[in-house]
Every structure is written in structure tokens, then in C-alpha cells.
Design a protein around this ligand. Sequence first.
Ligand SMILES: NC(=O)c1ccc[n+]([C@@H]2O[C@H](COP(=O)([O-])OP(=O)(O)OC[C@H]3O[C@@H](n4cnc5c(N)ncnc54)[C@H](OP(=O)(O)O)[C@@H]3O)[C@@H](O)[C@H]2O)c1
Length: 372
Amino acid sequence: MQPSSALPTVAVIGGYGGTGRAIAGALLQHSELAVRIVGRDLGRAECCASELAAAHGARVEARRGDATDAAGLAEALREVSVVVMATTALRAPSALPQAAVAAGTDVVDIRPDGAALTEASAHGGAVAERGIRYLAQAGFSPGLPSLLVRLAASRHPGIDAIRLGIVLGMAGATNPEQVSSFLELLPEMRCRVYDGAWREGSYSRDVETFDFPLGIGVRRCYPYLIEELEALPEELGVKKLGIYGAGTSWFTDMLVTPLAVGLHKLRPGLLRRPLSRMYLWGARHTGARASGAALLMDARRAGAPLLSAAVWSADAYGVTAAPVVAAVRQLLAPSSRLPAGLSAMGRVLDPEATLDDLRSQGISVTVEGAEP
Ligand SMILES: NC(=O)c1ccc[n+]([C@@H]2O[C@H](COP(=O)([O-])OP(=O)(O)OC[C@H]3O[C@@H](n4cnc5c(N)ncnc54)[C@H](OP(=O)(O)O)[C@@H]3O)[C@@H](O)[C@H]2O)c1
């Protein structure tokens, strides 16, 4: 089970979790890289490595490593080219930046919460000085929304209004824990739309509808803001920008989600487990009962549609893993121009090359519109 030392190694922290395992599997399936599964439970890491080795060949090994222990993590990252952070250590500060600096390893961090960005910013100087490319906000969402906005702006520089719609289908989720970390993030999502400036959005007036694939159809979607988008309107000269999200069921969107947000105000985490079970029940028994995730983008100039794009898969883990594989490939490419220091993934990856990479991994991607 030892990876060949001639191959660059990618470590996946949280590599036996749902998303981490999908990332490790996708790296083995779609690259020649070696993979190191890192987690707090060495037995589980070894078991996962054995299963992946049986499926993909002996390019995978396991190490113990706790994301909150800088010295131990740096040891687990020795001789690693890129580390992918796929843990649920939400809010508890991780030691990832310090360990990456100590080990001299590039980083792809898929944690969506602002705390992950804050901890990386605190070490931004040391990261840049060491020449480390530190891609935060990586994955599907965050990850692809800013990439699609950059795609639109690069194809049609005069675009002035961009909408993004995202849907998450959890009908196939087997474990309420998969929903739990999502519900934990919901109450902290800021409701914002850009209209010349970012302003407080309204869950009644700023609702947008999107027609999603995966058998989901038309859904009413609600505004929120992710950090990777914040600076883009001014940088690109876009006058209107918004990202709008929904689940696949009226039960989850109209009942469980508002309840989770309301209870969080009384006490963070209150009734999260029963709410996670309710969310899963709703996803399985009401609405479209779909699994997977889809991201849509449409861009206009002076009201006229110019470009639309869609990225989707019935495999929600797979659609998160694919952009991570693309990011790792762009980091390790001999011609890579990704800058040293902290960046949001979608702000620096090559949009066209990334979408081609997603297609090559079996993710559905369409881009339609006027010729640039
Ligand atoms: N950007 C995106 O598109 C996107 C999409 C989906 C998910 N995510 C994010 O991906 C992360 C993983 O989600 P998931 O659904 O895969 O969760 P999961 O199935 O619960 O897996 C989490 C993994 O993290 C490990 N872990 C937790 N604390 C750790 C620590 N201190 N040190 C080392 N390992 C630790 C867990 O193992 P042990 O507890 O045994 O250590 C487990 O293997 C979350 O942050 C989630 O929000 C991002």
C-alpha cells in the first residue's frame, strides 16, 4: 500500500469522510498522483486506503493526523505536494496554515465557513513568503460560483448582470450527519444581493426562479452571499450580481430551514440532530426527491441574455471532488501560473480549463450563448 515515491503525493485530511473519500477516489481515478489519507482515526484511514487501493491500484497510504495539531499535521504532510482539507472541523481553528508552511505544501481547502478563511488570512504573510499556493473556498460551492462569473466576464467583457442559482438534492443522503454541517452553516449565511453595492436582500422581494436539471425543475431560490463573490462586481464592472439557493423540497425550504435559522438565534445548534432528520425525511418524501447538486449561471448585457452555463451531477460528492481534482492538476502543472499566497479557488483557476477538466471527469457541463 505504499505509494511510489516517484509520484507527487496529495494528502486528503478527512480522507475517510464522505467528501474526502470522493476526492481521494477521484484523484486516483483521474490522475497518476499518489494519495495519502489523513485522519484522527488511523484504523479508519487505513481501512479507507485499503479499499481505495483495491479499486484503483496501490498508490494510496494512510497517516494519523489531527487538523488542530500543527506539529503532528506537519509530520503527516511530509513529502506531500498538495494537501486537501476536507474535514468538518467547523469553527474550531485548525492548524492547517501553520502545518502547510512547516511542510512547504500547497493547499486546497474546501471548508465553506468564513472561519477557514479567517485562519488562513491570519497566516497569509507566512504562506506567501514560503511560496505556498493556498486555495481556500475550493470545491463546488464555494468554488465554482466565482469561476462561472469570471468565465462570463472573460467571454463578454461588457456583461452587466449575472445571476447564479444553486440547488442541493439530499434524497440519497444516508446519514443525518451529512445534513448537520449544512444546517450549521445556514444561519450564518448573509442575505445579500449586489445592485451597485452589496445590500441586505429580502427573502420575499429578492427571490429568483431557476429551472434546474436532475428532474428538479423550476425552484424558487433565496439570496445569500459567499465570500468568494464579494469583490467581483467592482473588479469586473458588473452592476448586478446575486447567488440564490434552494433545496429540492417545499418541506425543507419552507419549514425546516426557517426553523433551523430561528432556533439557532435562540441557541446555536439547538435541536440540530432532530432538524437534520426532519430535513432528510423531507428531501426523501416531498418535492422532487432528487439527489445531487446543480449550479446555473446566466449573464446579461442591457437586459439581453448573452451567456448561460450549468454544472451538475446526481453525485453530490462527485461534483465537489471534480473541481478539487482540477485545482490539484492546475497547481501541479509544470506551466502553472497560480500565484503564491492565499486565494479563493474560483478566483484564480483557469475557467475554461477547469470546465474541460470537469467534463473529462464525467460531470455535466454546458455553456451556451452568443459568440464572444
Ligand atoms: N466547497 C464545497 O463545495 C463543499 C461541498 C461539500 C462539503 N464541503 C465541506 O467538506 C467538509 C467535509 O464534509 P463531509 O460531508 O465530507 O463531512 P464528513 O463525512 O463528516 O467527514 C468529515 C471528515 O473530517 C474528519 N475530521 C473532523 N475533524 C477532524 C480533525 N480535527 N482532524 C482530522 N480530521 C477530522 C472526520 O473524521 P474523524 O472525526 O474520525 O477525525 C471525517 O473523516 C465540510 O467542511 C463541508 O462543509 C464543501
